[in-house]
Design a protein around this ligand. Structure first.
Ligand code: FPP
Length: 244
């Protein structure tokens, strides 16, 4: 089930919806910000564990296009967490040969944060270990809209013909262009929905929904999700290979 060159049964690309920070904190009588802070610890554990297991790409939903509707103080806190994470963790990630990338609408970020993201990407560009893709100010419908606008501009300029537009062309115009689709999507926190995450890319992704809140996540729960994934029979719309 794993891609060529990967340890047996390891998904090449794992995408995660890190849900439940707020509930984890309020259940302990703590402010939601404490949950997000513990969420960063879980994120660090998960990056390490995924790298150890041999996952090739880890894509984490860190802030959605719709999260701007949260109270301004929480939005500020999440933006500050990204800033702090880049400041404190990118050097170690670089050491560990991790390539850091961001997907999402970076035009919606302030210039200094955008620059920090660009610098992290540039520093780690040639790293050949795991790719850590941070989905920030990300929404799948917005991403698809931007991709279609870009394709439409090329059609209008006569650079491509409408007949040349294929699923591969659309895929390459997405923020994830060049990356293989996720094999496994994990959502913590008990909800069972995609919440505008990687809608195009998840056409044949296996979903594992877990009741645990994100701050509880780490190597053990990642392994549990991968075990569930390994039990799945992926047919991609075909049928099981027949033996004669
Ligand atoms: C969902 O939990 C989580 C988020 C909206 C943010 C996820 C962010 C992190 C884990 C930390 C950010 C890290 C970086 C590096 C930017 P929720 O708040 O919706 O929880 P709830 O459903 O229990 O309210």
């Amino acid at each position: 089930m794993s891609a060529p060159g990967l340890p047996d049964g390891v998904p090449r690309h794992v995408a995660i919806i890190m849900d439940g920070n707020g509930r984890w904190a309020t259940g302990r009588g703590q402010p939601r910000s404490a949950g997000h802070r513990q969420g960063v610890e879980a994120l660090r554990r998960t990056v390490r564990a995924a790298g150890d297991i041999g996952v090739g790409i880890l894509t984490l939903y860190s802030f959605s296009s719709e999260n701007w509707s949260r109270p301004a103080s929480e939005v500020r806190f999440l933006l500050e967490l990204l800033r702090r994470f880049i400041r404190t963790d990118v050097a170690d990630l670089h050491q560990a040969n991790v390539r850091v990338m961001m997907i999402g609408d970076r035009d919606g970020l302030d210039a200094s944060l955008r620059l920090m993201v660009e610098e992290a990407e540039a520093l780690t560009r040639n790293n050949e270990g795991m790719k850590l893709v941070i989905a920030f100010n990300y929404g799948s419908r917005q991403e698809i809209t931007r991709a279609l606008q870009s394709i439409a501009r090329k059609v209008a300029d006569g650079r491509i013909s409408p007949d040349d537009i294929t699923p591969a062309v659309i895929g390459n115009h997405l923020d994830t262009g060049g990356l293989p689709d996720p094999d496994l999507l994990i959502r913590t926190g008990g909800e069972q929905r995609l919440s505008n995450y990687l809608l195009w890319q998840c056409a044949y992704t296996e979903f594992v929904f877990m009741p645990e809140y994100w701050p509880e996540f780490g190597a053990e729960l990642l392994n549990r999700a991968i075990m569930a994934y390994r039990m799945r029979d992926r047919r991609f719309g075909g049928i099981k290979a027949q033996t004669a």
